[in-house]
Design a binder for this molecule. Structure first.
Ligand SMILES: [Zn+2]
Length: 190
């Protein structure tokens, strides 16, 4: 009988501990002997399969080395950012979308004000797979985890220039400076 893979063992261990804080040592033990890549397996569960595994980066109640699977993970078929999309296609989509969530405009590493968590980008299907949407450049877009789960209430209409300017004018100097740097970075000295 084949032994379960280290990832499968981590999967089972975390599923048995939903809602309970576990340590990196426990995960490493669960992964099996001589497994050095357990952290990458955990990251794959998070990023490729959408598991809500929290670390100290996500929650101040966790210490470094502690992990918490917050809730029952999504069925594998519900995961829109399927892992069989090639790395090249993935890179093309992210590049075309400027590494920016196409719904809320946040970029990786920023703190999402609606969740307090660091933004991670995924690929979302514009036309869902269940409706025949294909894994191709024209049907994929970059979305943060929150928008990908449909959890943000944002209209798909893009903001108008006038509205944007009005918001920037009423923002504080630091915010205006941040916008200025972002635009300069994007457009250079056009
Ligand atoms: Zn978003």
């Amino acid at each position: 009988m084949p032994r379960p893979s280290s990832k499968e063992r981590i999967r089972q261990f975390l599923l048995a501990n939903i809602g309970t804080v576990v340590t990196s040592l426990q995960i490493r033990d669960a992964a099996g002997p001589r497994v050095s890549e357990w952290a990458r397996r955990v990251r794959e569960l998070r990023e490729d399969e959408g598991w809500a595994i929290l670390t100290h980066n996500d929650s101040t109640s966790l210490k470094p080395g502690q992990y918490l699977l917050k809730e029952m993970p999504p069925e594998r078929s519900e995961v829109g950012f399927a892992r069989d999309i090639s790395a090249r296609l993935r890179a093309e989509v992210l590049d075309r979308n400027g590494f920016t969530c196409q719904m809320c405009g946040l970029t990786p590493g920023e703190i999402d004000p609606s969740t307090g968590r660091k933004v991670r980008l995924h690929l979302g299907h514009i036309k869902d797979r269940s409706l025949g949407g294909r894994d191709e450049l024209s049907n994929l877009r970059a979305l943060c985890s929150t928008c990908n789960q449909g959890a943000k209430n944002i209209t798909t209409e893009k903001p108008t220039g006038l509205w944007l300017l009005s918001q920037i004018r009423r923002a504080g100097l630091d915010e205006q400076r941040a916008v200025y740097h972002w635009l300069r970075n994007k457009f250079g000295d056009e």
